[in-house]
Design a protein around this ligand. Structure first.
Ligand SMILES: N[C@@H](CCC(=O)NCCCC(=O)O)C(=O)O
Length: 265
């Protein structure tokens, strides 16, 4: 029996991966994102298909109260930032790139709250003109940011992996209420060049950018390289991120419903 809700909740669109299932094109996403949006952000999660023909920025801006860009084993195509593909086996998702990347600047400019996680963090950096390094662990002085031995049980993949230094005075510092914390890490790629107008919010001990926001965005924007969605049941930082995102989405919902009622009165 679904939980009764007193008022309409905010609506958050969650990005998906275009994958094949039994030979058919499928739009898929990890449950952790749905759980975090519903249970902590308090919003109604809707899945956003990775289909450029199905999506348009104007309708999203008018209809949703927030967008969550999810992680994925797939990678942003290096051609999107004029880089060569490091190896033929690199997992790509051109349908997701084509659907999501063209929307991001418009959504940010319109003040739609945006939370970007892992691949989503990398997408937002590329959408603002930044670039990625495909294999951070091969760089001198960098940590190995991958999830490690896959023999580990999957429920251990999202355990804390490295420290994080949060830059004082930013949105993440305000949400976290501290300047040092531990986070998980499940990524091969990392920021090489930070996109234009992006503000660093946190770095790893090896200096890799782990969080940023859009400096002059009218609304909530936060991009994180780690996975808070899988830790909302035990990590205060993860809960603070999704609660803050949820508050921003609620404010957007109120603004959206107000403007709708003004137009119809
Ligand atoms: N493939 C990219 C991004 C890594 C990423 O999003 N990992 C998460 C995978 C599963 C999940 O969403 O929990 C890279 O390797 O850098």
């Amino acid at each position: 029996m679904p939980r009764p809700f007193a008022a309409p909740r905010a609506v958050v669109a969650i990005s998906t991966d275009r994958v094949e299932r039994e030979g058919h094109a499928t739009h898929a996403g990890f449950h952790g994102y749905v759980h975090a949006v519903s249970a902590v952000a308090g919003a109604l999660p809707l899945l956003l298909p990775s289909d450029a023909q199905a999506l348009d920025a104007d309708t999203l801006i008018a209809s949703v109260d927030g967008v969550l860009l999810t992680g994925s084993p797939s990678n942003v195509d290096p051609a999107r930032y004029d880089a060569p593909r490091p190896h033929a086996a690199m997992t790509l998702d051109p349908a997701r790139d084509a659907a999501i990347l063209p929307l991001l600047a418009r959504l940010v400019e319109a003040g739609v709250p945006l939370l970007a996680v892992c691949r989503g963090f990398q997408e937002l950096n590329v959408a603002f003109g930044g670039t990625l390094h495909p294999a951070v662990h091969t760089l001198p002085g960098r940590l190995d940011h991958r999830e490690g031995d896959h023999d580990r049980p999957v429920e251990r993949w999202y355990d804390d992996s490295h420290a994080l230094r949060i830059v004082p005075g930013g949105r993440l510092a305000q949400l976290a209420g501290c300047e040092a914390v531990q986070v998980n890490s499940l990524h091969h790629q990392g920021i090489d060049r930070l996109g234009a107008g992006l503000r660093i919010e946190a770095v790893a001990p090896d200096g890799l950018v782990e969080a940023f926001s859009v400096a002059d965005a009218p609304g909530f924007t936060l991009a994180v390289q780690w996975h808070p969605e899988m830790r909302v049941d035990d990590s205060p930082l993860a809960r603070a991120l999704f609660s803050g995102f949820g508050q921003a989405c609620l404010a957007r919902r109120d603004e959206r419903l107000r403007s709708l009622s003004n137009r119809t009165s």
